[in-house]
Design a protein around this ligand. Sequence first.
Ligand code: PTJ
Length: 268
Amino acid sequence: MIKMVDELPEDHPRAESLHIRHKIIEGMHKLVVAEAGLIAHGRGEAWDYLIGEHTNPNAINTMKVAVAQMLLAKSPVISVNGNVAILCPNELVEFSKLTNAPLEINLFYGKKGRIEAITETLRKAGAEKILGTVDRKKEKIPELSSNRRHVDPEGIKIADVVMVPLEDGDRTEALIKQGKKVIAIDLNPLNRTSQWADITIVDNIIRALPIMIEICKEFQQKNTERGKLTDIVEQFDNKRNLSNSIEVVINYLGKLSKKGKYLEMKKN
Ligand code: PTJ
């Protein structure tokens, strides 16, 4: 396997971003990440540039709504793909335990050996029960023709709330049509999943999950009542959230477009 991470100069101005990129590349060599996962990561990086690579108040508010929705759910589940498994396995496991939402491996690219590789990654991060593994029975979502139609009978199949970080395509629409609530995490507010989901967190999953863990702990420490959580969810409007997310990009680019501003900001 190519060990690229070791070759990175620590004083590189974008060392952190390069580390993450190389994590994804190593993940691909280990079969955790699909080849297309590299392209997906690049799309994410591009959108992250457009929001200044930091989490904005609108995204934090949406995270609160998403956590409230997870805590209200009867059978929540977190769908795990290759990119998510390699980027934040520990946080996925912690969030899953806090919200009582099992992790279900559900892949678009069904290359042999990937489910096993992702299972091992999640196990190493401390996951106890993982759904969607090779030894488990699968059922089909009839509305779907992609590989994602194979779902676990104890997970996505029966879930009332499904969290689907980092994906674009046909599944969210199918899940919504089945009456499930869908929470997306995606840097691109324009993609199909972002547009179809009930709650779309427009932020980098690497920054978002740790914040969601803190929000969840706070709700739990304060014994936040179900009525209060319901109010948070009911007052939320995803269309408005997506408009706000697009405005974040417009405002950020608006500031940068002033002559010389971009370089000035980067130097500081
Ligand atoms: O592991 P598999 O087989 O299930 O495949 C997973 C990928 C991600 C390859 C598959 O679902 C896919 O092709 O996804 P797309 O269509 O490329 O969509 C991925 C979305 O994730 C894009 O809208 C990206 O902007 C977004 N994205 C990428 N990295 C991040 C991200 N969003 C949040 N945080 C990121 N770090």
